[in-house]
Design a protein around this ligand. Structure first.
Ligand code: OAD
Length: 253
């Protein structure tokens, strides 16, 4: 048995004894679905200046932000399908083990995999909103032949995601804080855990006495500090291992 396998077994055992489990996910969970992370090698911010993700830049030059950042993001989101990590978290819900996913991702892949209680902390790319009349347009119907995409009223569409410089919707923030403070296990999957206030959720969970289990390809600021233990590896493989171990534990003898 490898070290990772034994940690997957430990996580499965901890999950089998838990009452309330929440997962906090980040871009790393969607890497195996073909969506690059933001930071690190091959990350979005290596090629594109993160200033393009700031709301002031969008207001000043929406055409440029659609051209440089959002058009490419739409292409990626349109093509992506859930991977074994998203499916594994949905399976944990079916098994009655995981209640809620708090995701920083805007790709909708948790819902596509079958998770039913997903807090989209940074909003979603599924819908776009006219900045003039407030009409909403589903992503599948957005016309990008001319940029920026426009509403019938002539107003410009923006994705319903949280740009840098914008507040997290207060209902998402409050519910996430509440759930983090009440869970007994938080799975932290594929996030660099440096963007606030999302990165505060594991700290809230830890301070309230929860076990924080981190799943990531590399160490983060949580590793060895907030995380009770870390399982280093690809999210798809690690979560599949955990689910397999858990199914063995839960199988009627
Ligand atoms: P990051 O790109 O900052 O971090 C991705 C994390 O996933 C890193 O810690 C990687 O080591 C890890 N990772 C990569 N591939 C993995 C894999 N296959 N399995 C497991 N882990 C893997 O993404 P986030 O933490 O989600 O905000 O970034 C947070 C926020 O910063 C985003 O929501 C976005 C961004 O700017 C906004 O747009 C508001």
């Amino acid at each position: 048995m490898t070290f990772v396998e034994s940690l997957a077994e430990k996580a499965a055992l901890d999950l089998s004894r838990s009452k309330s489990v929440v997962a906090l996910t980040g871009a790393g969970i969607s890497v195996e679905s073909g969506i690059p992370p933001f930071r690190g090698k091959g990350g979005v911010w290596e090629k594109i200046d993160p200033a393009y993700a700031h709301i002031d830049t969008f207001h000043n030059d929406p055409e440029k932000v659609w051209e440089v950042l959002l058009k490419g993001l739409k292409d990626l989101v349109d093509r992506a399908r859930p991977n074994p990590a998203h499916e594994g978290l949905a399976r944990l819900e079916t098994l009655g083990v995981l209640q809620t996913v708090i995701t920083q991702n805007v790709d909708g892949l948790h819902q596509m995999a079958g998770s039913t209680d997903v807090i989209e902390f940074h909003g979603s790319f599924a819908w776009h909103k006219c900045m003039d009349c407030g009409s909403r347009c589903p992503n599948s119907e957005l016309d990008l032949n001319r940029l920026p995409p426009r509403c019938r009223c002539g107003g410009i569409f923006r994705p319903e995601l949280v740009f840098f410089g914008e507040m997290i919707p207060s209902h998402h923030l409050m519910r996430s804080e509440q759930i983090a403070s009440e869970c007994d296990i938080m799975l932290v999957v594929g996030t660099s855990a440096i963007v606030q206030p999302a990165a505060l959720m594991p700290v809230i969970a830890k301070n309230a006495g929860a076990t924080v289990i981190e799943i990531n390809k590399e160490p983060t600021p949580l590793t060895g500090t907030i995380s009770s233990y870390s399982i280093m590896g690809k999210a798809g493989e690690v979560i599949s291992d955990i689910v397999a171990e858990l199914e063995l534990i839960m199988k009627p003898q």
